[in-house]
Write a new protein. Sequence first.
Length: 398
Amino acid sequence: MKLCASYQVLWWQTRLHFVADGQAVLSFEIANFLQLQTVIGNAKKTDEQNMTEKHKILQQVLDNAIDNKKIFGTSFCVKYKDEIWCGASGNLNTESQYFIASTTKLFVTAIILNFKSKGLLDLDDKISKYLDKETLNGLHILNGQDFSNEITIKNLLAHTSGIPDYFQQKDKEGKSMESILTKGNDQLWTFEKTIEYSKSLKPLFIPNAKGKAHYSDTNFQLLGRIIEKITSKSISDNYKELIFEPIGLDKTYLYTDITDTKPKTFYYKDKELLIPKAMASFGPDGGIVSTSSEMMTFIEAFFSGIFFPKSYIDTLKVWNRIFFPMQSGIGIHRFKLLWIFNPFGTIPELIGHSGLSGALAYHSPDKELYITGTVNQVAYPDTSFRLAIKLIQKTLTK
């Protein structure tokens, strides 16, 4: 097994037991039995000496991506079968902490499915079972009819609720929260303000409309609140207790302190975009900070039955198109190119999630491959997919 450039490998073992009533009891055995720290004069030079030829090719892909116009830094990890490689370029390194943006939603999905395995909720539960009347009142009114009480947890996960997206959907003046923030107008908001603003926007369709899905950050704001209602704990504490600590993520956390400067500032076009107030407001829909290596640990755990029974994965694969070439499942996304764009099938189907900041975490079950990383660029989020595709193709090339 080749080591990534950080020289740190965390090995963990997990046991999954099921009791007669179908409730899943997860017990974690985190074994740091291989913790390597190598300090040799010039670390960069040592990296080069230890790289295989394939790894040098992957590193070259990242180096070539830096143009200081669109991409100023990259950090990626690729795991193919039993081999892991991590690399970085530009102003990022393999241990850089960065905002993973909407990739955060996978953590929410993991918790919701964990709760399902414990019998704390069912995906078909109406959200009215968990949310107060003030939140529900007027949440989804379309053509004079209120559909708020018909929305389920599954609708929120799958983006089939029809609820407006408070972040990207434009208001009557043609403005969106996204356009305001990318102009550098940083602001702080609460869950209550998010829901109030969402209610001022027009829903897209009725819940469960056949073949329809619309990506909405509001859905995951609501899921975050449901998690808090069930546990009587903050979403941050839920992340820590149910995900971060069990699998040993010590550089991953929910961004809440606007004075925190640990995460690398991302770019909007050719300028840094400093919006700490907004980043501290996203919470369950996009507020987690992590590293590429720790995201690799998480995405492997997500698809390996660590947080919930592995058998749940297939039930999540109910695909609806949201924006090309992305499809939304139940709490997960699928990246799949049409044959015309992938005639030789060299780009495998990928399942996971990505974020507007250029962060992503995906798994290819067919190829036994995982990829995580970022280009830290808001204006051109597709660049992370282009780079990921190059890395995948180089990795799979014999």
